[in-house]
Design a protein around this ligand. Structure first.
Ligand SMILES: CC(C)(COP(=O)(O)OP(=O)(O)OC[C@H]1O[C@@H](n2cnc3c(N)ncnc32)[C@H](O)[C@@H]1OP(=O)(O)O)[C@@H](O)C(=O)NCCC(=O)NCCS
Length: 154
C-alpha cells in the first residue's frame, strides 16, 4: 500500500525514464557524478534495483533508487527531491521506505556514498541516523571524493 508523509504519496516504481528525468532535472551536477544507468530498466524489472517515487497532487517530486547487493547490503544509488519540495520531509520519508524495504527483505545494512562537498546531504543522512564510515578520495569519475555512510537494518 502506498503511504503518505507531508501530503506526499510514496509508491514503488518500475519507470526508469521517470526516475532518471527527476534526477537530471533536479540535480544536474550530481547527476554527472553518477553512473549512467544504461541498464536501469532491465535492473528494475529483474529486482536488482528497487525504486520508490514520491508524488504530490499526482506529480512526481522525489525518488530513491536502491541497489540490492549480495551479502545483505542495500545501497542508495540515487536520492532526489525536487527543489520546490525540499525541507518538507519528503527525503526523510523516501529513506524510511528504503529502511522498511530493507528490513522486510532481510538486508542487514543500508549504505550510501555522498560527494565530500555535499554538506547538506551529509547533514541529512546524519540526521536520519546514518554513521560516517569513512572517506574515499578520487571516488567519482571527475576525481572528487566520497563519504560513506551506513545505517543498520535491525
Ligand atoms: C538531500 C535531499 C534529498 C534532502 O531531502 P529533503 O526532503 O529536503 O530533506 P528532509 O526535509 O526530509 O530533511 C530531513 C532532515 O535532514 C536535515 N536537513 C534537510 N535539509 C537540510 C538543510 N538544508 N540544512 C540542514 N539540515 C537539513 C534536517 O535535519 C531534516 O530534519 P528536520 O527538518 O526535522 O530538521 C535534498 O536536499 C536533495 O534532493 N538534494 C539534491 C540531491 C542530493 O544531494 N542527494 C543526496 C545525495 S545521495
Amino acid at each position: 500500500m502506498p503511504s503518505t508523509s507531508d501530503e506526499a504519496v510514496i509508491q514503488q516504481s518500475f519507470d526508469a525514464s521517470l526516475i532518471l528525468s527527476l534526477a537530471r532535472d533536479n540535480d544536474p551536477d550530481g547527476f554527472t557524478h553518477w553512473t549512467v544507468f544504461d541498464n536501469l530498466q532491465e535492473g528494475l524489472d529483474s529486482g536488482r534495483w528497487v525504486a520508490f517515487i514520491a508524488f504530490k497532487s499526482g506529480l512526481p517530486i522525489g525518488a530513491i533508487l536502491l541497489e540490492t547487493e549480495e551479502e545483505g547490503r542495500l545501497w542508495i544509488d540515487l536520492l532526489i527531491v525536487s527543489k520546490k519540495h525540499r525541507g518538507m520531509h519528503v527525503g526523510r520519508s523516501l529513506v524510511e521506505h528504503a529502511v522498511t524495504y530493507g528490513m522486510e527483505h532481510d538486508h542487514r545494512v543500508l549504505f550510501v556514498d555522498v560527494d565530500y562537498d555535499n554538506t547538506l546531504a551529509l547533514q541529512f543522512y546524519l540526521a536520519l541516523g546514518f554513521t560516517n564510515a569513512g572517506i574515499v578520495t578520487n571516488y567519482y569519475s571527475d576525481g572528487s571524493g566520497a563519504v560513506f555512510l551506513t545505517r543498520p537494518l535491525s
